[in-house]
Design a protein around this ligand. Structure first.
Ligand code: ADP
Ligand code: F6P
Length: 322
């Protein structure tokens, strides 16, 4: 029987730990007797033939690096059926029978399309936002939260010295997980996320006033990117309460940096599982974490699931950050 060939690509926004996942795919594939290709710049690499065969040493010294050695891209072209057919033809011409796609749910739609075009694809959740409904965890989330809390701790030092209110925007366009966990860890007086409706008077101003009454003079408000408008909120707090307020948008600092142990380990487990699935002849599946265990789901089913925000944890935050 001829040697099986697979490929690996990273797509969408990068996330710390993607390299660990790439490394796991390459090493697991070679260990299982396969030829493994690295595809550069997401789906574009399959359209441009930007592909290189990897060996065990191609992925040396990357497990601790942020970003992705395969680069990443958002490929509008790949959304077209004609491009998907062309990518599948390219894979067939290279003898590539399966592709591991590391990215978010947009990337999984691409993996679904490529599977429909005849190339087995397995998705691995890699995004700092933790916004993939089918998985409790996405590679990069832990590192991003740890970066965010490190920054908020620094902001607290200066907010405390000046008796100020600091409003910090963390990433999460559609998902408040980074904001919630960072907010709890920072003892934020208020946490605003896209999943929970809020009223500025009740959920921010009253909480600051109540905390002021107990003697506190500096405040941290954590706001998810999906809520935004942190500069407006700072101005409103100054006018309404007469305390100095400053807004900070953490931005892309959260997307970089050396991955935490959790991200390296989960990425390694997920990368291994993806290759195991391809080796068993499966396609159109996503590797997920459920009840703390690494398992897999059909992509169609995975993409139809709705994310559930952790309201219990939100309640804990609202109860103790007073
Ligand atoms: P993420 O994977 O982080 O959610 P995007 O939503 O930007 O990021 O998707 C990454 C890439 O996945 C897109 O640029 C495109 O190449 C591919 N993709 C997204 N949606 C589709 C789709 N419906 N069909 C085919 N490919 C898609
Ligand atoms: O990786 C997810 C994410 O960080 C979102 O929270 C954010 O809105 C988006 O990516 C920004 O991505 P980019 O600047 O690469 O378009």
């Amino acid at each position: 029987m001829s040697q099986k060939s697979i490929a690996v690509l990273t797509s969408g926004g990068d996330a710390p730990g993607m390299n660990a996942a790439v490394r796991a795919v390459v090493r697991s594939g070679i260990n299982m007797g396969m030829k493994v290709y690295g595809v550069y710049r997401g789906y574009n690499g399959l359209l441009n033939g930007d592909v290189k065969e990897m060996n065990l040493r191609s992925v040396s010294e990357i497990i601790g690096n942020g970003g992705t050695m395969l680069y990443t891209a958002r490929s509008e072209e790949f959304k077209k059926k004609e491009a998907q057919e062309r990518a599948a033809d390219y894979c067939r011409s290279m003898g590539i029978s399966g592709v591991v796609v590391i990215g978010g749910d947009g990337s999984f739609r691409g993996a679904q399309a490529l599977t429909n075009a005849g190339i087995n694809c397995i998705g691995v959740p890699g995004t700092i936002d933790n916004d993939i409904a089918c998985s409790e965890y996405t590679v990069g989330f832990d590192t991003a939260m740890n970066t965010a809390i490190d920054m908020v701790d620094r902001i607290r030092d200066t907010a405390q010295s000046h008796d100020r209110c600091s409003i910090v925007e963390v990433m999460g366009r559609r998902c408040g997980d980074i904001a919630l966990q960072t907010g709890i860890s920072a003892g934020a007086t208020a946490i605003l996320v896209p999943e929970v409706e809020f009223n500025i008077e009740k959920d921010v101003i009253s909480r600051i006033i109540n905390t002021q009454k107990t003697g506190k003079k500096h405040f941290i408000i954590v706001v998810a990117e999906g809520v935004g408008k942190v500069n407006d909120l700072a101005k409103y707090i100054e006018q309404r309460l007469g305390i100095e307020a400053r807004a900070t948008i953490l931005g892309h600092v959260q997307r970089g940096g050396t991955p935490t142990v959790r991200d390296r380990v989960v990425a390694s487990q997920m990368g291994y599982k993806a290759v195991e699935l391809l080796n068993q002849g499966f396609g159109n599946r996503v590797v997920v974490m459920r009840d703390g265990k690494i398992t897999d789901l059909d992509i169609d089913e995975a993409l139809s699931m709705e994310r559930v925000f952790d309201m219990e944890l939100y309640k804990v935050a609202m109860t103790i950050s007073i």
